[in-house]
Design a protein around this ligand. Structure first.
Ligand code: SAH
Length: 349
């Protein structure tokens, strides 16, 4: 039998294992505190060696190892490559703001959604990440202490490669583990989940009591255009999405964020802006305009500044809350999936 990942387990599950191995329950808490610091069994100095030996017969402690680190000279953003136990490579970005350090985490290796502008979907879905592998990205970055201060990761966005709501159970377990007060204790208010709009799962998340800031990758103001750039639009219409986020807002009280990546000559006209204002009318929401990052294999260009600000001013005139997202780490392949692809392709060649 292949070994399981200990960091996949909640403290209650670790307590059961600990007691099952004939150790007192408090050892589980000690073990968990080591795990969330990124320790391997050999570093857990206050635990009995016999206990650690028994554990290591069935378990590995950590599932994510930092494999590469690229710091932006422009804004201090750090891009990470991580290696998983099976050799798969994933990536993430750490962005430093005045209010804290935001880590963008991946939820899948690859992605099934195949959006027309995105690098992550180019090879399809390779596999889901487990809860411990999502958590492990946060742990690995904290342990690396690349942050240069004591604070560590304070905010998390599930916006790396993968569609989080297509890996529902593992993502929910991750949300529980990462905000556990005895562990990393990251406030639930500081976590955002970005989705291409899996409407049933948006509702389910609210029903199951999870409350991350819901971020919807909209990218088009009507269904016809959305179908051209996002295959998922064939399954869920924009009207379906609006109904689902209204439900989410009613249940959680959290304002909805829409992401709109601006593609030159496609979705960046004044008419698109007017349609978009109509779509979000009356919703408690905010729109983030994102200059599209160029992905070689996709061949789509980002809009120029003039068009982005013209688009923004149409929205503002309609009373919509909107900002243009600052592009961070542009010198280090900040956009999702790009860095991983470069490295994986080079290794293959
Ligand atoms: N699957 C989820 C989360 C991952 S993508 C989702 O669709 O939201 C995170 C965000 O980056 C999404 O808004 C996505 O549309 C956007 N994105 C992907 N490729 C991009 C690119 N080349 N340029 C700009 N934004 C991109």
């Amino acid at each position: 039998m292949a070994k399981s990942l200990l960091i996949d387990l909640s403290i209650e599950e670790i307590e059961n294992i600990t007691v099952g191995l004939g150790e007192p329950k408090f050892r589980a808490k000690q073990l968990w505190q080591w795990l969330v610091k990124g320790a391997e069994f050999s570093q857990m100095s206050n635990l009995p060696k016999g206990f650690l030996d028994k554990l290591s017969q069935d378990y590995i402690a950590q599932g994510v190892e930092v494999y590469g680190e690229y710091k932006s000279k422009i804004d201090g953003t750090v891009k990470y490559l991580y290696k998983l136990c099976d050799g798969n490579i994933i990536e993430g970005v750490l962005m430093k703001y005045k209010y804290g350090n935001t880590l963008c985490v991946s939820t899948q290796v690859g992605c099934r959604m195949n959006c027309a502008f995105c690098a992550s979907g180019l090879d399809g879905l390779i596999r889901n990440l487990t809860a411990g592998e999502i958590l492990g990205q946060v742990i690995a970055v904290n342990a690396r202490n690349a942050i240069g201060e004591d604070r560590g990761v304070t905010n998390i966005v599930l916006m790396g490669s993968g569609e989080p709501l297509d890996n529902y159970d593992n993502v929910c377990k991750f949300l529980t583990l990462v905000s556990d007060e005895k562990g990393l204790n990251i406030s639930k208010r500081n976590i955002s989940l970005s989705t291409c709009g899996l409407c049933d799962r948006i509702r389910q998340l609210a029903d199951d009591g999870y409350t991350p800031t819901m971020t919807i990758s909209l990218h088009a103001p009507n269904d016809e255009m959305r179908k051209e750039i996002m295959p998922i639009a064939k399954k869920y219409s924009i009207a379906d999405i609006i109904k689902a986020v209204k439900y989410y807002f009613e249940k959680t009280g959290r304002r909805i964020i829409f992401e709109y990546s601006m593609i030159a000559g496609k979705n960046d006209t004044e008419e698109c802006a007017r349609q978009l204002a109509g779509v979000v009318k009356g919703l408690a929401c905010h729109i983030n305009l994102i200059p599209l990052n160029y992905v070689k294999e996709r061949g789509l260009d980002g809009s120029n500044k003039k068009n982005i600000y013209r688009f923004m001013s149409v929205l503002e005139k309609q009373g919509v809350s909107v900002t243009v997202r600052r592009s961070m780490g542009s010198d280090i392949d900040g956009a999702c999936g790009q860095l991983r692809r470069k490295v994986v392709n080079n290794e293959d060649n």
